[in-house]
Design a protein around this ligand. Structure first.
Ligand SMILES: [Zn+2]
Length: 173
C-alpha cells in the first residue's frame, strides 16, 4: 500500500505529463470535481430538501463535470500487476491512453476520500496538501496571492481597528 502522499504526488505527476487538450480536459474535470466536493461539504440536508441556491449550485457543477466525464468509457478489468491496483478501469476500446488513466487515478483517490490532500493553488498548480489549510504551491505564490486577497485586506483593517482601540485605551489610563 502506498502512502497517501505518494499516491497523490504520483497522480499529480501523471497530470503534469499530459499536454495540450488532454491536460486542459483533465484539469477542468479536477477543478470542477474538487469544487463539487467542497460545495457538498457545506450543503445541508435542508438544502437538499428545499432545493436551495446552495443545492442548485452543487447540482450545476455535478451536471457540468458529468458531461465532461462521458468521453471516458471503460470496462473493469482484473490485472496481474499490483502497481496498477489489481482491479482497474481500462478504456474501451482498449488502447494505451494516459489521459484516461489519469482520470481513473484521480477518481479513485477522490472515491477513497483523499480529496483534502489534493491542493489547488490559485496559480493552477496541483500539489500534495498535508492539511486543508495548505492553499498555495509555494512561498512565492503565497506571497503573491495572499497579500492581494480580500481576506488579507479585511484582516489588515481589523488589525488597524484593534490597534486604534488599544492605543485609545492606553491613552486614557
Ligand atoms: Zn502556485
Amino acid at each position: 500500500m502506498l502512502a497517501r502522499k505518494q499516491k497523490v504526488e504520483s497522480a499529480i505527476a501523471m497530470l503534469n505529463s499530459l499536454h495540450g487538450a488532454a491536460s486542459k480536459r483533465v484539469r477542468e474535470i479536477l477543478r470542477l470535481t474538487l469544487a463539487a466536493l467542497k460545495t457538498a461539504r457545506v450543503t445541508t440536508d435542508e438544502d437538499f430538501r428545499q432545493s436551495s441556491a446552495q443545492f442548485e449550485k452543487l447540482r450545476k457543477i455535478e451536471l457540468q463535470v458529468n458531461e465532461l466525464l462521458k468521453r471516458y468509457v471503460g470496462v473493469m478489468r482484473v490485472l496481474c500487476d499490483e502497481s496498477l491496483g489489481l482491479v482497474s478501469w481500462e478504456p474501451r476500446p482498449y488502447r494505451s491512453d494516459a489521459e484516461f488513466r489519469t482520470v481513473v487515478v484521480f477518481m479513485n483517490l477522490l472515491a477513497a476520500g483523499h480529496f483534502p490532500s489534493i491542493g489547488e493553488c490559485a496559480c493552477g498548480t496541483y500539489f500534495y496538501a498535508r492539511s486543508t489549510s495548505w492553499r498555495f504551491c509555494s512561498t512565492k505564490c503565497r506571497e503573491r496571492f495572499w497579500e492581494n486577497s480580500e481576506e488579507r485586506k479585511e484582516r489588515k483593517r481589523q488589525n488597524a481597528r484593534r490597534y486604534y482601540w488599544l492605543h485609545k485605551t492606553t491613552n486614557v489610563k
